[in-house]
Ligand binder design. Structure first.
Ligand code: AMP
Length: 589
């Protein structure tokens, strides 16, 4: 442990990434395997490997209490040491009693004692064990044990840098280390494979999430074409185009009746969507899919082309899905009112094989077949695993209403014009824009590269008038930078539709601050009602219904495009216009 904390101090004392990497790789190479692999986990800011669902369940308050009991310091002394660093580990180091000097702990000892804390039931049992661990630490060890328990070493190490240090320590290609870690979700085990020169033995752990492939934003179809031309090195590009859905990214693992659904943050979210679980429970073969969960209106009219999608209905806006999020229990009523579907757009594992290295053009047909099979089985398959009889019954009825798994319709395009036309259709279907995917590309977990591009044009812009202003935060603390704005209702009455924080330059914000200070109607201290004369053009992602604003609508992610000094306030847009945009986006026009 002493050697480990000395390493942490040395890493923390240099700002140079290469130097950090060198220090850590030398440490890995010089330690026993058991110690090095435990260190790799701690250096990544974890206590357990990423795949593990084990947690320590020790919060800041308990840790604070433990330090106080070991050091016998007063609340004031604790608070002032904490304020000095903003870090409980560094504070503990300052306060540590001088009698705790000698170090007897090894890194595997610490890991074992952390295990005992994890399994201890109840806060007082945990507290007792945390104190027992801390009492064996010297001041420097206490500093890092506290940091490990808090989940952040704050020495400028990241998992990706630990991967690089492993590659350097054992002279293995960095790509093979990253791949093993991506598949295993276990940096310690990846270190072991690197040390033993068998990184190629890493296999994906089914029912544990792996990273999601990410997309790079392009502003236009021309930009997308340019990106693909560079990658494909051909005169005519060949891209697969899908709608960009505004839902929740979800990785489904299923097989032998077991189903787990993971979010982009790798949390399990199956419990929030109980009607999706039985859909996949029919799968006997192990399968891993990538896709999006969407709130769904099965009765919506078929829209434009892409009939596969339209014939089942259309996506509801994200605001509808939001009501289903974060619930531990979903009521049967909620199942009916906000039904969801899984729109699958990729397959990562099937037929006993990891498919991520296949090009998209080969993964596509495999996915088609899987979705057809699952959809065929799901509607007749009985519900298992639902914990409430009424919920199970509701699920059963619900699932029977329409297919809960849909293959994301995939289009092909070779030119900018073709992309633009599909884009317009996607918008007419109520979706956010397009995803453009290189047909030759493999699936790169956790990476944002040029193989997937996303294109979301702004919905429209609105001209609005500022009605209230607020002081900002951070570097905008002294200026009026947060603007509430309105559109015109009937009889010209102003009705708020949103609040924007960003978009103006610092100089403009300063100018506006002076202006608003001189044209305040009511001063509430932190905020002010102001004369409604400053007109802004704002862009936004979409329009939601809202009870917060008098207009009945709220703009999602509004951004200020520019000040419209040329436009008088009585010519700003109307609530009617906002409603029109709301309806277009829902495909109700
Ligand atoms: P963004 O959240 O704007 O970075 O866009 C990336 C997200 O778009 C992904 O994480 C997915 O949740 C979502 N998405 C929607 N439709 C698709 C699609 N057809 N393919 C891939 N990702 C999609």
């Amino acid at each position: 442990m002493l050697r480990f904390v000395q390493l942490c101090e040395a890493v923390s004392n240099t700002t140079k990434k290469l130097e950090k990497r060198r220090l850590v790789s030398e440490y890995f190479a010089s330690q026993a395997l058991k110690t090095a692999l435990q260190a790799a986990i701690f250096l990544s800011g974890d206590i357990y490997p990423a795949f593990s669902e084990r947690t320590l369940n020790v919060g800041g308050a308990l840790l604070w209490q433990a330090i106080q009991q070991v050091t016998h310091k007063s609340d004031d002394e604790m608070a002032s040491a904490y304020r000095k660093y903003g870090d409980l580990g560094a504070a503990a180091h300052d306060l540590w009693p001088s009698e705790f000097t000698s170090s007897v702990l090894t890194l595997p000892d610490v890991a074992q004692m952390l295990d005992e804390i994890a399994v201890a039931r109840g806060q007082s049992a945990k507290l007792e064990r945390v104190i027992a661990l801390l009492k064996q630490c010297s001041a420097l060890e206490a500093k890092y044990v506290v940091k490990i328990i808090s989940g952040d070493l704050r020495i400028g190490m990241r998992e990706s840098l630990v991967e690089e240090a492993i590659a350097e320590a054992f002279q293995r290609p960095i790509a093979t280390v990253r791949r093993a870690n991506m598949l295993l979700g276990d940096i310690g085990e990846s270190l072991r494979l690197a040390a033993e020169n068998c990184l190629d033995q890493a296999r994906m752990r089914l029912f544990h999430p792996i990273g999601f492939m990410l997309a790079t934003e392009v502003k236009s179809s021309a930009e997308a074409i340019a990106c693909f031309k560079e990658a494909q090195d051909e005169s005519q590009i060949d891209a697969q185009i899908e709608d960009k859905y505004d839902g929740i990214r979800a990785q489904v693992h299923c097989g032998s009746g077991q189903v787990r659904i993971f979010s982009r943050t790798q949390d399990e979210i199956g419990a929030s969507f109980p009607e999706l679980v039985p859909v996949f429970a029919s799968c006997q073969d192990a399968i891993v899919l990538d896709g999006e969960i969407l709130a769904w209106n099965a009765e919506a009219a078929t829209l434009g082309e892409g009939r596969e999608m339209g014939s089942y209905g259309a996506a509801l806006p994200f605001s509808a899905l939001q009501k289903r999020l974060g619930r531990k229990r979903v009521s049967p009523k909620m199942l009916q009112e906000i039904p969801v579907v899984y729109v699958a757009f990729d397959v990562l594992y099937a037929g006993g094989e990891l498919l991520i290295d296949l090009p998209l053009r080969e993964r596509g047909p495999i996915l088609d077949e899987i979705v057809i099979n699952i959809a065929a089985d799901a509607t007749t398959n009985p519900i298992t695993g639902a914990d409430q009889a009424s919920l199970a019954f509701a699920c059963e009825n619900e699932i029977a209403r329409f297919p809960r798994i849909i293959r994301a319709p995939a289009f092909r395009a070779h030119t900018a014009e073709a992309i633009d036309s599909i884009f317009e259709q996607a918008r007419a279907r109520g979706n956010e824009g397009l995803m453009l995917k290189d047909l030759a590309s493999s699936y790169f977990p956790g990476r944002r590269g040029g193989a997937w591009l996303k294109m979301k044009r702004e919905l429209a812009t609105l001209d609005v008038v500022v009605t209230a202003v607020e002081y900002g935060h951070g570097k905008r603390a002294g200026v009026l930078s947060d603007y509430t704005f309105a559109v015109r209702g009937q009889n010209g009455k102003l009705m708020n539709v949103g609040k924007a924080y960003s978009g103006l330059t610092d100089a403009e914000i300063r100018e506006m601050t002076d202006w608003f200070l001189a044209h305040t109607l009511t001063d509430y201290g932190h905020s002010r009602l102001v004369e409604p004369t400053v007109v802004l053009e704002v862009a936004f992602n979409n329009v939601m219904r809202s009870e917060r604003h008098e207009s009945g609508f709220a703009l999602r992610f509004p951004r200020i495009v520019r000040l419209r000094r040329d436009k008088p306030a009585d010519e700003v847009d109307t609530v009617q216009r906002v409603e029109e945009i709301y309806r277009t986006q829902h495909g109700a026009e």
